[in-house]
Design a protein around this ligand. Structure first.
Ligand SMILES: [Fe+2]
Length: 232
C-alpha cells in the first residue's frame, strides 16, 4: 500500500500542525511583539462529507467549524499578552495542566490538541482490522485485536459525561485510558495513538443518545489504524 494514504497527515505533519504555533503574518511580521503568535485551525484531513454515513457533514461542520474553531479562538484570546503567548501548543498544555487558576487556558489548549488528533484518527478509508506492527502490539497487550476493539469501545461508552477514550503507548505496552472533559494523555507521560471523542457534540446530531452506536461505527468503519501505527 502506498505511504499513509488514509491519514491525510503524516505523523510529522500532525505534530507540526498541533504543536507548533504559527506567527501571525509570519513572513515579514514583527514576531517579537508579545501576543503576535496565533494558533490556527488546522485543515481537516478529509472533506466534511467524507465520513458519511457514519458521521454526517452537518456534525463535522459544527464539530470542526464551530467547536474546534471556538477552542482556537478562545485560546488565542486567553493567552494574548501572557507568558503563554509565544509557547507551542504542547508546552502550553504541559505548563497549565493541574493549575486551577489556568484552567481556562488548559481546557482550550488541550481541546485544540485533542480535536486535531481526533480528526487524524478518522479516515473514510479507515476501519476494518489493525494490521502490521500495530496488530502485533495489540495482540501482545490485549490478547488479540478483537479484545482490544471491544475494550476500547467499552472505555468510550462508559466514560461518564464528556471526555475521550484513548489508545496510548506506555513504554513497550499499549494501554486504553479514558479522560474527562479536556484532559489529555499528553500530560501523563505516554504517547497517544488513537482517540474517540465522546463529547455529545461528536455524535448527538447523528445518533442522539446512542453513544454506543456511534462508537461501534467509528471503530468498525473509520478508525485510522495506519495513523496509530505511524505513531508507534
Ligand atoms: Fe469534540
Amino acid at each position: 500500500m502506498s505511504e499513509n494514504v488514509t491519514s491525510g497527515l503524516s505523523r510529522r505533519d500532525f505534530l507540526t500542525a498541533a504543536a507548533v504555533t504559527v506567527a501571525a503574518g509570519a513572513i515579514g511580521a514583527p514576531s517579537i511583539l508579545h501576543g503576535a503568535v496565533k494558533h490556527q485551525l488546522p485543515k481537516l484531513p478529509f472533506a466534511e462529507n467524507a465520513l458519511e454515513p457514519v458521521i454526517s457533514a452537518k456534525t463535522i461542520s459544527f464539530h470542526y467549524g464551530k467547536h474546534h474553531k471556538a477552542y482556537i479562538d478562545n485560546l488565542n484570546k486567553l493567552i494574548a499578552k501572557t507568558e503563554y503567548a509565544d509557547m507551542s501548543l504542547e508546552n502550553i498544555i504541559k505548563a497549565t495542566a493541574g493549575k486551577s487558576d489556568k484552567a481556562g487556558i488548559f481546557n482550550n489548549a488541550a481541546q485544540v490538541w485533542n480535536h486535531t488528533f481526533y480528526w487524524n484518527c478518522l479516515s473514510p478509508k479507515g476501519g476494518g482490522r489493525p494490521t502490521g506492527k500495530l496488530q502485533t502490539a495489540l495482540n501482545a497487550s490485549f490478547g488479540d485485536c478483537e479484545k482490544f476493539m471491544a475494550d476500547f469501545a467499552n472505555a468510550a461508552i462508559t466514560q461518564f459525561g464528556s471526555g475521550w477514550a484513548w489508545l496510548v503507548k506506555d513504554g513497550k505496552n499499549l494501554k486504553i485510558v479514558k479522560t474527562s472533559n479536556a484532559e489529555t494523555p499528553l500530560t501523563q507521560g505516554v504517547t497517544p495513538l488513537l482517540t474517540i471523542d465522546v463529547w455529545e457534540h461528536a455524535y448527538y446530531l447523528d445518533y442522539q443518545n446512542k453513544r454506543a452506536d456511534y462508537v461501534a461505527a467509528v471503530i468498525k468503519k473509520l478508525m485510522n489504524w495506519k495513523f496509530a501505527e505511524d505513531h508507534m
